[in-house]
Design a protein around this ligand. Sequence first.
Ligand SMILES: NC(=O)c1ccc[n+]([C@@H]2O[C@H](COP(=O)([O-])OP(=O)(O)OC[C@H]3O[C@@H](n4cnc5c(N)ncnc54)[C@H](O)[C@@H]3O)[C@@H](O)[C@H]2O)c1
Length: 336
Amino acid sequence: MNDKKNNKILITGGAGFIGFHLANLYLKKNYHVIIIDNLTKYYDINLKKKRIKILTEKYRKFIFLKLDIKNYSLIEKVYKKYSFDLVVNLAAQPGIRASIKNPKYVFKNNLEGFFNILDLSNKYKIGHLIYASTSSVYGNSKKRIFKETDLNNTPLQMYSASKVSNEILAYAYSNIYKMNITGLRFFTVYGPYGRPDMAYYKFTEAITKNKFIDLFNNGNHKRDFTFIDDIVHGIYNSSRYMPLYYKDNPDKISHEVINLGKGEQVSIKKIISIIENNTKKHAKIRLQSHQEGDMTDTFSNINKAKKLIHYKPKTRIDTGLKKFINWYKKYNEECK
Ligand SMILES: NC(=O)c1ccc[n+]([C@@H]2O[C@H](COP(=O)([O-])OP(=O)(O)OC[C@H]3O[C@@H](n4cnc5c(N)ncnc54)[C@H](O)[C@@H]3O)[C@@H](O)[C@H]2O)c1
C-alpha cells in the first residue's frame, strides 16, 4: 500500500501497547486510523485509556470504537461503514501465564476473534491483512536461531497454540480465497507505554519500589528483545512492501510469516543490571525454579524481514531500556 492521504486502516487491539504505537505512526503519516479494542482488564485499564486519550487529543483522523472482535455482527458494521485499505489484527489475550490459567478464554478470544477478522476481511475484500503472531510458536525447537521454516508445531501452552492456529487459518483463507495475508512473529517487544505484565516492566517496578523480583532459572533465560519503534516500522514496511511481493509472485499462495526481532539475544540477568544502572538501585532477588510453559531462549533470524520488507532494527537494548525507564518514571509521577 502506498502512502495516500485517504487510506483507511483498522487496527484491532489498538488500545494495547503495540497498537498504540502503530496507530501513532500511521496517523503521523496522515492516514485515517480506526481502532477497535474491548479494553480488557488483563492489566491496568488506565494505561489503555491514557493511550487512547493521547491519540484522540493529537489527531483529527483518529476514531476509537470500544468493541469486541468476538462479536461478528458488530464488527461487520464497522467493515461496512469504513471500507478499509488495510487491517492489522493485534487484538488477542497475550501472556503465557494467563493462558495457563484460563485456556478457554484464550481459545475463544484468540481463535474465534481472529476467525471473525479473517472472514470479514475476505467478505469485504481487504487488500492486505496483517496479524500478530509470536516467537513462542517455535515452542521446543532445538534450533539456536529461529528461522520461519523451523516451525515444528510444538507450542508449549495455549497462548502459543492459539497463535500457531492463527497462522494455519490464515494460510487456508489465503489459499482458497486468494487473500493477501502477512503474519508477523514478534519477539519480546518492549518500550514506553509497555505492558505491565512483562518481565522488564515488572523488574523496573520492583527495583524502583524496593520489592522482590522472582527470578527464574537464575536469570539465565535469554530473549531477543525488540524495541517498539523497530516493531512498528516493521509492521509499516510490511504494509508497503508485502502487497507488491504478492503481486510479483502470483503463482505462490499470498500468505507469508515473517520474524520481527532484533536478531540478538540478551539474558534476563543483563536486563536487570541495565535497570539497576539506570535507576541507581539494587534489585532484591528471590530465586525460583523453571516456570512451566516458558521457552529457555529465543533468538530470531531476521533475514527474511530484511529481504522482503527492508527491515532494519536499530535500537540497542541499553538505549531502548533507558527510554522505557524514563517513560516509566514520568508516567508514575503523573499517576500519583
Ligand atoms: N508485546 C510482545 O512482546 C508481543 C510478542 C509477541 C506477540 N505479541 C502479540 O502482539 C499483539 C499485541 O500485543 P501487545 O503487547 O500490544 O498486547 P496488549 O495486551 O497491550 O494489546 C492487546 C489489546 O487487545 C485488546 N483485546 C484483547 N481481546 C480483544 C477482543 N476480543 N476484542 C477487542 N480487543 C481485544 C486488549 O484490550 C488490548 O488492549 C497480540 O496479539 C500479542 O499476542 C506481542
